[in-house]
Design a protein around this ligand. Sequence first.
Ligand SMILES: Cc1cc2nc3c(=O)[nH]c(=O)nc-3n(C[C@H](O)[C@H](O)[C@H](O)COP(=O)(O)OP(=O)(O)OC[C@H]3O[C@@H](n4cnc5c(N)ncnc54)[C@H](O)[C@@H]3O)c2cc1C
Ligand code: SF4
Length: 565
Amino acid sequence: MAEKIFDAIIIGTGAGGGTAMKILCEAGLQVCAINSGPRTNPATDYRRHRQVYDLKYRGYGDPLRLKGKAHQEPYSVEESEYSEGSDLFEHDVAYSNSPGTDWYWKRCKGTGGKANFWGRSSARFGDIDFKAADLDGFGENWPVDYAEISPWFSKAERYMGVASTIQNRPSNPDGEYLPPLPWRCIDYIIQKGGEKIGVPYLPDRCAQLTVGHNGHLACHYCGNCSRGCDVGSFFSPTWFTIPEAEATKNLTLLTNALVRSVLVDEDGAAKGVAYVDRTTRQEVEVSARVVVLAASCVETAHIMLNSKSRHWPTGIANSSGQLGRNLCDHLYGNPGYGYLPQLLGQPATPDNIADSTVGWMPRWQNLKNPREDKFIRGYAVYVGGGCGEFPGHYGQIEGFGSKYKRDIKRYYPTPIGALIQAPSLPSPTNYVDIDPEKKDIFGIPQLRFHFQWGQNELLMWEHSKQMMIDLFKAMGGEMWGADAEPNRPGTSLHEVGVCRMGSDAKTSVTNKWAQAHDVPNLYICDASIFPTSTDKTTTMPIVAFAMRTCDHALENFKKGVHKGA
Ligand SMILES: Cc1cc2nc3c(=O)[nH]c(=O)nc-3n(C[C@H](O)[C@H](O)[C@H](O)COP(=O)(O)OP(=O)(O)OC[C@H]3O[C@@H](n4cnc5c(N)ncnc54)[C@H](O)[C@@H]3O)c2cc1C
Ligand code: SF4
């Protein structure tokens, strides 16, 4: 029997891969999507409103569940007893850190990927990001500008449903929004405090459905988002793109299939992929006319670096030597926490309405003059508080026994915390490569991280700590403390840069359409193509760029650049 040749293989079914599946399947292409883990089933894999006291390990999970696994670190929040048993998170595939690197690589291998559990903050990038090099002289610009990309942001926002307001901020282009998430008393106090110190506090751009949207139900504010939404009221591939792609009947979805490499023909063009079937441990090959990588930033680089051949001795499409380079991340950490005494005695209403970033402080630094501060570019801060389901402030106050319990209750309506989101700058010492010695349990050479925070982002970290001291003063609050150190690199899950796009094939991996310069039938639909980190999150832009890349690939099918079935 003749071997089946798909029009396209898509590696990964997350925000990027799911979007590619939907668009290519709806255009009539025969698509094979390959996902490293099992099918995610909201009916069994999400929290389903169970409370911690319903669970044997009070939500933390069986302490022995990672026994014998290659990657021992549990993932916070999203991986917990609520989803235990489903094997949604990657612990079989190990990775390495070079000496001095402490990268924390969280991976959701279930279909839909991390967007099953994401935080939903969804701001647009602007020319302040795309053309940052022109403004401050550091690094390189993106090969696109806002005028070119903004229609795709609109398309992504209209599809996903993003709640926010028009804000006219120079750092944050406005988009097309659903009504914002309702504000609470605490948000107005933060906003007033911010005004006094010249720092904006505004509704975040949140991909959460404040009203019914495109056939999806409106949010009912149960607050379970980070453990999966039972009713699909925020954008996730599980509720949006995957069922839409399946409805076309043009999709073949392979699960528990871990891609090892992209295969090439005698001319060095992509002809398919090789994957390991996790169940049988057998290696299998699938063929296609076009290969789309969407395995999530560093894993896309991992697969490409492992795709070595006579044509591509250092990894497929790596004639520039830039594959794996320019790794950037968001520095995360809590620059200040404490409480608002004016809220003591208020009833403990569960007003942490959506377990989300209701408001945020969009970048306010270096706007008029790109070198006004001690650092270049800028950062954003998410400030939050209110009565969460669990009293997160238990670790921020001191005490013991019944007085401690009484204090936790007393402070319940009052705590405020923050999260800085500061972009790192590309550096020649921040990159990923293949560990020359170690292989994972499937025999695949491991990915190795080389990464340190740079001085620029550490200066932002210090700046944000002072801002929080000023904010607490301005709000009439009292501070309990601040994180001594930023979080480990990788924590934000907003890594970018390892297959950067650019106009020059000598210094970038893909062109501005996310099509590999060297291998025109190889496309990338994840954040690895973003040349730099910004003060904004990555997922809505991943969806927008993936939509644009797939339209370009379809044009190429029409023009005969890629031969269709
Ligand atoms: C708790 C949390 C909060 C977050 N908050 C935000 C936020 O507020 N805003 C924001 O923009 N982003 C946020 N993120 C990050 C966001 O979820 C990711 O940016 C986004 O989901 C990445 O999509 P992706 O498709 O590139 O990758 P992923 O979602 O990781 O999907 C990759 C897919 O590829 C598959 N895969 C991986 N390796 C292989 C392989 N070798 N072979 C076959 N398949 C493979 C995986 O199974 C997975 O399905 C958050 C994430 C989490 C977990
Ligand atoms: S708060 Fe809304 S979006 Fe979040 S899990 Fe509940 S219904 Fe879903």
